[in-house]
Write a protein that binds this ligand. Structure first.
Ligand code: 2M8
Length: 445
């Protein structure tokens, strides 16, 4: 496929991106980073495929279809499908033991939770690069599994038919240590963590963790939080990953605003895919889809969107980047869009480098710590897409060019970037940064 015409220095950056993707390619899946994340992640593969489509459309389609190997008989597509590798991952199959509960479609090992449903978006983007007959073939292979995944999201995770799906672990949100999730998660910390915290000895746990060999611990979530997330996995395992059982445990349950926003957009794409292959979305699912569009309004107060505690119905009043994703969903009433775009463009969120994951004046803001402040390329991509569909073209273009600039200035494909000085953090060979850079450079929609 021809390389789009970009200035020489950007062409070099694109080459770096391509080589990161090649280096992380495991055949028909791409790992997010060489040592930190050696398996396949659901939403990573989607963002990766959106970039890969510019290099090799069939390979991009294979990345998406390979997610179906992990599908559970109940329809869930898991957040991680474990690759056959001896590389160490801190939350590997032994922590989940899902093979005791179920088998996957492709006989692969997986985790017992899901991740933001970006599959339909990726499929449609790949579809734009295909002839209509190739696209039809791709959609026909994907559709049955994708449909069952969306049905599972509602049947399993919206048991009271409210229109909003609930998450059972912060890993499902993809924003692991975002303040919203940490606030609701910390009260269920294991006893040891609570005692150490009281003695101010969280650092004592650092020696026990194994996820911070590639990346300094202060760029990831705290050890206390990590051990709490492990505890929640244990609870989920005991509850057989079944929401009706999970409901009866101490596991925090959150109607996550970003996840539901992504679901709304995914539902639209799923409907379009169905129409193209002459399938009819079952009426029950179509009704749930409509309900989500309405129900997300319940998460807004004075134009600001929050996640909600499923059990208590209280809004988790932390302003974070998650609350900006209704823009991507296209559900912000037109009369509120400018206000939201203004908030987004204020120095609290939008430094020169893209959108901070937590506003810089929030007490929990840390510029280089994971989902607690840094700029993430996938978030910039989603928000720019939303701004564009609302016709805020200048804002979308600015955000996209700032994103390219910050990656260019770092010279590498960092996992995330400080909103204060643009310095890169986390893995420096991160796949979705590479893939979405390729997509942004291609400039097409
Ligand atoms: C991070 O999450 C994983 C657990 O899923 C981890 O910290 O080990 C998050 O940034 C998540 O959004 C991402 O999908 C994953 C792989 O890049 O890493």
């Amino acid at each position: 496929m021809s390389v789009p015409s970009v200035p020489a220095e950007l062409a070099k950056l694109r080459e770096t991106a391509v080589s990161v993707l090649r280096g992380n390619d495991l055949g028909d899946i791409t790992r997010p980073s060489p040592t930190l994340y050696p398996h396949q992640w659901l939403w990573d593969s989607c963002f990766i495929a959106i970039g890969l489509r510019h290099l090799d459309t069939e390979r991009a389609a294979a990345e998406i279809l390979s997610l179906l190997r992990g599908q559970w008989p109940n329809g869930m597509i898991p957040h991680v499908i474990f690759a056959e590798t001896t590389d160490f991952y801190h939350a590997g199959p032994q922590r989940w033991r899902c093979d005791r509960v179920t088998a996957t479609a492709g006989g692969v090992q997986s985790t017992g939770v899901t991740q933001p449903p970006m599959i339909a978006e990726a499929a449609v983007r790949i579809g734009t690069m295909m002839s209509s007959s190739a696209r039809g073939g791709f959609y026909r292979r994907l559709y049955p599994g994708l449909l069952r995944f969306h049905q599972w999201l509602y049947d399993e995770r919206d048991p009271d038919d409210e229109g909003l799906v609930s998450l059972v672990h912060s890993w499902e949100s993809g924003m692991d240590n975002t303040p919203t999730w940490m606030e609701i998660t910390r009260p269920v910390a294991p006893l040891g963590v609570r005692v150490l915290r009281r003695l101010n000895g969280d650092d004592a746990l650092d020696a026990l963790r194994r996820d911070s060999k590639e990346v300094p611990p202060d760029e990831r979530l705290t050890s206390g939080d990590l051990f709490t997330l492990y505890r929640i996995v244990r609870e989920l395992r005991r509850a057989h990953y079944n929401f009706r059982e999970i409901r009866r445990t101490i596991v925090p349950l959150v109607q996550d605003v970003a996840f539901n926003a992504i679901l709304i957009r995914a539902n639209e794409h799923l409907t379009a895919i169905a129409a193209e292959i002459g399938a009819v979305v079952p009426a029950r699912l179509a009704r749930s889809m409509r309900r989500t569009r309405e129900a997300i309004a319940e998460l807004a107060v004075d134009g600001v969107y929050y996640s909600r505690d499923f059990r208590t119905r209280t809004l988790l009043r932390h302003e974070t980047i998650a609350g900006l994703l209704p823009l991507y969903a296209g559900v912000v009433p037109e009369e509120n869009v400018d206000e939201m775009a203004k908030r987004l463009a204020s120095p609290r969120y939008w430094s020169r480098f893209g959108v901070a994951s937590v506003p810089v004046d929030d007490p929990s803001f840390l510029p280089r710590c994971y989902w607690q402040g840094p700029v993430w390329v996938n978030m910039n991509w989603l928000i720019a897409d939303g701004l564009e569909r609302y016709g805020r073209l200048d804002a979308a273009d600015n955000l996209r060019s700032n994103t390219i600039d910050v990656i260019a200035a770092s010279g590498a494909m960092y996992e995330y970037y400080s909103p204060l000085d643009g310095s890169g953090a986390g893995s420096n060979r991160f796949s979705w940064t590479a893939a979405l850079l390729i997509d942004l450079l291609a400039g097409n929609r």
